[in-house]
Design a protein around this ligand. Structure first.
Ligand SMILES: [Zn+2]
Length: 292
């Protein structure tokens, strides 16, 4: 028995020593010109929020790098009676813009059709990493991969999200990404043995004529026909090796039902948005059918 524990401890030590890559880069110049204007997002969000009294928008943190300043916003949707709570986020990697656009369009859709999701309340964080989005760069200004920082919280952005979700529970959480290397759509689920819902999303995307990714490796995991099904031990491994992602963190702290959506940036903008809309729609509809 003692020997088994020793082997396990040595195995863990070996894994930790093999995988201390945080994915972080050296920082970027403070005067780097912006590629996108964050105020255009703010005005779209504000105008949607002002048109619907069930929507509200607040600043949950201020990202600050010298002259560059941007709030991190959460837009909340509150129906008269709340039966489910959903958290949606995008833009943790700044060079994955369709995830952000999908979040903004979700806010605009809720403003136009507030009855669509009945008794579901939403918290929507359209841009977790505004500096990255503004500069079309994966990292934050300091070169931190915010999506590997949820064990250590060295980045401003991850600390803002941690403080916002502290003590909150959600029925469903979805984080929207893109992948510059992928050839097709794929998604993650976490510590969830039931794959039917993810398979429904993947098959729907495929039936729309879009490619499904067959060949992405994510540190210790690999896609199986468009799905990376991260086991619970994988989340603890990521925590132990200091690489915990936002969704890993959400799964360990805020919800049993967490997904990441990934679209390939190689495909056309409208196709990527359509894939995000389809995936969000199916995951949200799965909640609605259980409410009624
Ligand atoms: Zn990403």
């Amino acid at each position: 028995m003692k020997r088994n524990w020793l082997i396990l401890a040595l195995g863990i030590l070996l894994l930790v020593s093999l995988s201390c890559a945080s994915g972080h880069e050296v920082g970027f110049p403070e005067n780097l010109p912006v590629a996108r204007d964050i105020s255009s997002l703010e005005s779209r969000l504000s105008s949607a929020v002002s048109s619907c009294d069930r929507l509200s928008m607040k600043t949950i943190g201020q990202i600050s790098y010298g002259a560059y300043q941007s709030p991190v916003w959460v837009v909340s949707f509150s129906p008269a009676v709340i039966k489910r709570k959903v958290l949606l986020s995008g833009g943790i990697h700044g060079n994955e813009p369709a995830g952000v656009e999908a979040m903004v369009q979700m806010v605009e859709m809720l403003a136009k059709d507030p009855e669509k999701y009945g008794n579901i309340a939403f918290d929507i964080i359209p841009v977790v990493n505004p500096w990255g989005w503004s500069h079309d760069i994966r990292f934050n200004q300091e070169g931190c991969d915010v999506n590997r920082d949820f064990a250590t919280f060295k980045c401003q952005e991850s600390a803002v999200i941690r403080d916002f979700v502290n003590g909150k529970r959600y029925t469903l959480i979805i984080d929207s990404h893109e992948d510059p290397d992928a050839k097709g759509f794929y998604m993650y689920q976490y510590a969830n043995p039931d794959t039917w819902l993810s398979r429904k999303v993947i098959n729907t995307v495929r039936n729309q004529g879009y490619p499904v990714e067959q060949d992405v490796n994510m540190i210790i995991l690999r896609t199986e026909d468009g799905l990376i099904n991260a086991p619970l031990w994988g989340l603890w491994y990521m925590k132990l090796t200091g690489q915990l992602s936002i969704t890993n963190y959400f799964r360990l702290n805020n919800s049993n039902n967490v997904y990441t959506i990934e679209t390939p940036t190689k495909l056309a903008w409208e196709d990527r948005l359509n894939m995000h809309r389809k995936a969000l729609g199916i995951l949200l509809d799965s909640l609605q059918t259980t409410i009624r």
